[in-house]
Design a protein around this ligand. Structure first.
Ligand code: SF4
Length: 94
């Protein structure tokens, strides 16, 4: 039986990207003052979050909808909801 690596499995995912609306919003001030910015950058398995010049950038198109960032975010620092119907990730490798 052939084993597949995590990157190979992730590469099999399909994304329908909502070009008009992000399903993730960050409160820059709360991200800075509560440490949420560093935490979400560290835990996101898809690399959705990054930091540039003190601002948290969000590449929501790559989101795997796992919810991990919500588990570490301070209240109010992150607004996250599932993408609108028809958009988001489709898993092909379980
Ligand atoms: Fe990253 Fe998961 Fe949060 Fe999406 S839900 S931004 S993949 S941690």
């Amino acid at each position: 039986m052939k084993t597949t690596t995590v990157p190979e499995r992730l590469a099999a995912n399909r994304f329908e990207i909502d070009e008009d609306e992000s399903h993730i919003e960050v409160d820059q001030e709360l991200c800075r003052t509560t440490g949420t910015g560093k935490a979400i950058i560290a835990v996101c398995p898809a690399g959705v979050y990054s930091e540039q010049d003190g601002e948290i950038l969000v590449d929501y198109a790559a989101c795997l909808e796992c919810g991990t960032c919500l588990a570490v975010a301070a209240p109010g620092a992150l607004k996250w909801r599932y993408p609108r119907g028809g958009f988001g990730v489709s898993f092909r490798e379980g």
